[in-house]
Each structure stands twice: as structure tokens, then as C-alpha cells.
Design a protein around this ligand. Structure first.
Ligand SMILES: NC(=O)c1ccc[n+]([C@@H]2O[C@H](COP(=O)([O-])OP(=O)(O)OC[C@H]3O[C@@H](n4cnc5c(N)ncnc54)[C@H](OP(=O)(O)O)[C@@H]3O)[C@@H](O)[C@H]2O)c1
Length: 327
């Protein structure tokens, strides 16, 4: 792949995929997106230079052959969580695995050269939640084909519009006192969405990452309690967090879906996974794709600034917090 690779992007309508598409377009990389609904595909993205959109659905094997034709690198940024129902939300696991199997088979037939998948951190031996287990299994399925597949494993990705940040933001903004289960003191290693995009683009161009499983994380290893406290401090909010032993993940999910706009079908699997530590064990990515990692304060600053810019409504005097913390 001496010239710029031709890229197939799945999940381009999503939080990470939309940002990756912008970055690829700005870098002059020809990118074809496979989307379930062309009508719902953001017009500004579809009309960006070098972008093509084809209709398709990974779960139902629609459009895959056409989408993969003559492509070099395929980004796999798809999951099947969602929906407002708190019942039967676990059906996403079968859909996750089926979609990955469909993709890897079609990629093999099409002769794709590389796959880059963004999955989740967490160790198999650690009584992983269903969602984190599903992320691992999808990685294994994608790596089982003939195409060399890079698996990037991340904890929570912090950026405006992403489920983890929106949960964090709405909880911290709305609740002066939070009664939380034990998971509030689980350790995690969140990463800014800006760094994730740098790693994703870096992997497509960096052949030495082909076939590897690499952990990606920011510089801060913190608990969820600390993450809430960092956010609250940056926004000048006084928040009391109380951990109690009897609150189950299911009960926590109910109230988090009431307080935040994130759908229950996403909140439930994510909250269930908060019991598992998500920390990088393998830091090879830092040599393979060098970049400056943003601290959580910087990542939150950027997310708040972006929200303010898009909505035109000042969230607060956060600009001064941003300057203070972005130093
Ligand atoms: N966000 C995080 O904090 C985080 C952390 C670690 C890892 N990750 C991983 O990063 C990847 C992207 O996550 P995200 O947060 O960007 O998710 P997201 O915003 O929910 O986007 C999911 C994307 O998947 C697409 N999709 C779902 N089912 C599909 C199907 N059957 N066929 C075609 N497209 C389908 C959706 O398309 P529609 O518009 O049609 O629904 C959407 O574009 C996932 O693999 C996730 O596990 C995310």
C-alpha cells in the first residue's frame, strides 16, 4: 500500500465514525461508507471531498460486496446496542457476533488487505460483562479471517456526543448528591476521542500495526468517582458521591437512563461493564503511533467547548476553565 489506501468505513454515522470520516476526508483519503440509511446520513459528511456512501447492513449482509469492492482498509466501528427498552436488551450480543462474521467473510472474498477494529479493554479472566465480552469476541472473529486485522482496545472514550461522556455530563450536571454502587471505585483509563482518531488513522498508514491487538488509553488511570469529580470541579459544581453496597447494576441503569438522554439499551450494557477494570496492559501503540495523549481535564475541556460551539448556548463560563486546564 504505497499510495494512500482506499478506505471502507463502517459506523460512519456514529460518534467515533463521524469524526474519523472528517479526519480521513481532511487527509485526502478516499473513503466509502456503508450505512443502513442513506437518508439519515449527515449531508455535510456525505458531501465532503472523497466521500462516497453506499447503502448496506452488516447484520443482514446487504451491500457488503459492493461496499468492499476494490477497498484496501476496512474500519470496523459497529456495535448493536441500543433501543429504549430495558427488556431483552441482551439481544445485541448475537447481533454483534453475526455482523462481525458477515463482515469478515465478505472481506475475505473481496480480498481486503487490512481491517482496523475499535473494541473494548478488559481481561477475559476477569468475569467480563456481556458487552465487554462481546467486544473481545468480535475482535477474535475479525482476526479469524485471512485479512490482517488490527484490534485497538479502548476504555471509555471522552468526547461530546459519546455515550460515556453524555452519561458523565448529565449525571454531574443534574445530581448534587449521587448514591452509587461499588463500581464507582473501579479503575479505568479513559481516552480522548481526539487521540482515538489519531490512533485509528495512524494504524491505517502504519503497516507495523497489522494483525496486532493494541491497548489504547489516556495518561490518567482513575476511578469513575474521580472522573465525576474532575468534571464537577472543572464546571465549578459541588457534588457529593456516596457509594453503597446494595445498589445493583440493573437498578443503577434504570435511574441513569431516567437522568440522562442515553437510551436504556446502551446504558444497561455499559453500566454492567463498570465492574470490570479497563486499563491498558500493552502500551506498544505509544511507539508505533506516537502522539501526545490528552489528560482527562483536556479531553473534558474539548468536549465542553465543542458542545458550546455546536449549540451556541454557553454551558457556563467553561472557556476560562478550559484555558486553565488545557495548559
Ligand atoms: N464510545 C465509546 O466510548 C467506545 C469505547 C470503546 C470502544 N468503542 C467502540 O467503538 C466503536 C464505535 O462506537 P461508537 O461509540 O462510535 O458507536 P455509535 O455512536 O453507537 O455508532 C455505532 C455505529 O454502528 C452502526 N451500525 C450498527 N449496526 C449496524 C449494522 N447492522 N450495519 C451497519 N452499521 C451498523 C450505526 O449505524 P446507524 O446510524 O445505522 O445506527 C452507527 O453508525 C464500537 O466498536 C465500540 O465498541 C466505543
Amino acid at each position: 500500500m504505497e499510495s494512500k489506501p482506499k478506505v471502507l468505513l463502517t459506523g460512519a454515522t456514529g460518534f467515533v465514525g463521524g469524526r474519523l470520516l472528517r479526519a480521513l476526508s481532511q487527509a485526502g483519503v478516499a473513503t466509502r461508507c456503508i450505512a443502513r440509511s442513506i437518508q439519515r446520513f449527515p449531508k455535510d459528511l456525505a458531501e465532503s471531498p472523497g466521500v462516497e456512501v453506499v447503502q448496506g447492513d452488516l447484520l443482514h449482509r446487504e451491500g457488503l460486496e459492493r461496499a468492499l469492492d476494490s477497498m484496501d482498509v476496512g474500519y470496523y466501528l459497529v456495535h448493536s446496542m441500543g433501543g429504549r427498552s430495558v427488556f431483552q436488551y441482551e439481544a445485541y450480543i448475537d447481533r454483534d457476533l453475526q455482523a462481525a462474521e458477515n463482515f469478515v467473510k465478505a472481506a475475505d472474498v473481496a480480498g481486503l488487505k487490512r481491517i482496523v477494529y475499535l473494541g473494548g479493554l478488559g481481561e477475559m479472566a476477569d468475569n467480563l460483562s456481556a458487552h465487554l465480552m462481546s467486544r473481545q469476541k468480535v475482535g477474535q472473529i475479525l482476526q479469524s479471517g485471512r485479512v490482517q486485522t488490527t484490534v485497538l482496545r479502548a476504555a471509555n472514550i471522552i468526547g461530546a456526543g459519546g455515550a460515556p461522556f453524555e452519561m458523565l455530563r448529565h449525571l454531574a450536571e443534574r445530581l448534587p448528591v449521587m448514591i452509587c454502587p461499588k463500581w464507582i471505585d473501579t479503575r479505568c483509563q479513559p481516552i480522548s476521542v481526539e487521540n482515538v482518531i489519531e490512533y485509528l488513522t495512524g494504524c491505517a498508514f502504519q503497516l507495523s500495526t497489522a494483525g496486532l491487538t493494541l491497548d489504547i488509553g489516556g495518561p490518567d488511570i482513575i476511578t469513575y468517582r474521580m472522573l465525576l469529580q474532575i468534571y464537577a470541579e472543572m464546571r465549578g459544581l459541588r457534588r457529593l458521591i456516596i457509594a453503597v453496597p446494595f445498589l445493583s447494576p440493573l437498578l443503577s441503569s434504570y435511574w441513569i437512563s431516567l437522568i440522562t438522554p442515553v437510551p436504556a439499551g446502551i446504558v444497561m450494557p455499559l453500566v454492567e461493564g463498570l465492574r470490570n477494570e479497563v486499563i491498558c496492559r500493552d502500551t506498544r501503540i505509544r511507539e508505533l503511533v506516537p502522539t501526545r495523549l490528552l489528560t482527562m481535564k483536556e479531553a473534558i475541556c474539548n468536549a465542553l467547548a465543542e458542545l458550546e460551539q455546536h449549540s451556541g448556548v454557553p454551558i457556563s463560563r467553561q472557556a476560562c476553565f478550559c484555558q486553565k486546564y488545557a495548559e
